[in-house]
Design a protein around this ligand. Structure first.
Ligand SMILES: C[S@@+](CC[C@H](N)C(=O)[O-])C[C@H]1O[C@@H](n2cnc3c(N)ncnc32)[C@H](O)[C@@H]1O
Length: 215
């Protein structure tokens, strides 16, 4: 019924979260999406941004994926349904209320092929000893990427978490032209002899995605 009504006018439900303020779950034109106060988090424009990024990688030899920033899990739906990726995904999310939304509203839940861990991505990657074939970094609080994710420490730990030939897809932020922090992240991977084909791709005019391939 909500889906049907949403073709006439958007149907919105608001819910408080521990780290992301008020979140909105809306039905718009028959599609359910998750928004923060000022940004789309999942199943809207953000999902399309990550899909364009995935098309710039190759999933042929990808056996394990690490996702930093679960949100409503739209990139997981894309990987499963659009890109036919059937192997394991390890997803990290700081906000337990978001994990509940992913489960109850979008059917994204722990399974044999999906491990969801409720922890800070910065601490997780610091302690991590596993290497992945694709790491997707999609960490926002509303419209901002928390500054610690632009640090050299985080980049070094990301680099360690990638297998040889692995891909990195890093959503660097919204409207970040001329950002020194973003330039530093780009330089870290571009200057590193361990990486090739590092590029920052502008998607939908406002989202910048870093794509890099470990040698
Ligand atoms: C844009 S949403 C992610 C959308 C998701 N990738 C998808 O495909 O639907 C950003 C998420 O990053 C999470 N986040 C922000 N800071 C974090 C941190 N320090 N550790 C883990 N998750 C964090 C937020 O709670 C939010 O759920």
């Amino acid at each position: 019924m909500k889906k049907l009504l949403s073709y006439i006018y958007p149907v919105t439900k608001k819910t408080a979260s521990s780290h992301n303020g008020m979140l909105e779950i809306s039905w718009i034109n028959g599609k359910k999406i998750l928004d923060s106060e000022n940004a789309n988090y999942s199943y809207g424009s953000l999902q399309r941004v990550l899909e364009k990024g995935i098309k710039l990688t190759s999933l042929t030899n990808v056996n394990t994926i690490l996702l930093l920033g679960l949100g409503g899990g739209s990139v997981i739906k894309s990987l499963r349904e659009k890109f036919n990726y059937k192997k394991h995904i390890h997803a990290i999310e700081i906000d337990n209320d978001v994990i509940t939304i992913a489960k109850n509203e979008f059917n994204i839940d722990n399974s044999e092929l999906l491990t969801i861990e409720n922890t800070d991505a910065f601490t997780f990657i610091e302690k991590n000893t596993t290497q992945y074939d694709l790491v997707i970094v999609d960490l926002f609080i509303d419209t901002e990427v928390p500054p610690k994710f632009y640090s050299k420490t985080f980049c070094k730990n990301l680099s360690k978490a990638l297998n040889n030939n692995a891909f990195l897809l890093f959503n660097l932020g919204i409207d970040i032209d001329k950002s020194i922090q973003v330039d530093e992240v780009f330089s870290f991977f571009n200057d590193s002899l361990k990486f090739k084909d590092t590029q920052v791709v502008k998607i939908n005019k406002i989202n910048s995605l870093l794509v890099a391939n470990k040698k």
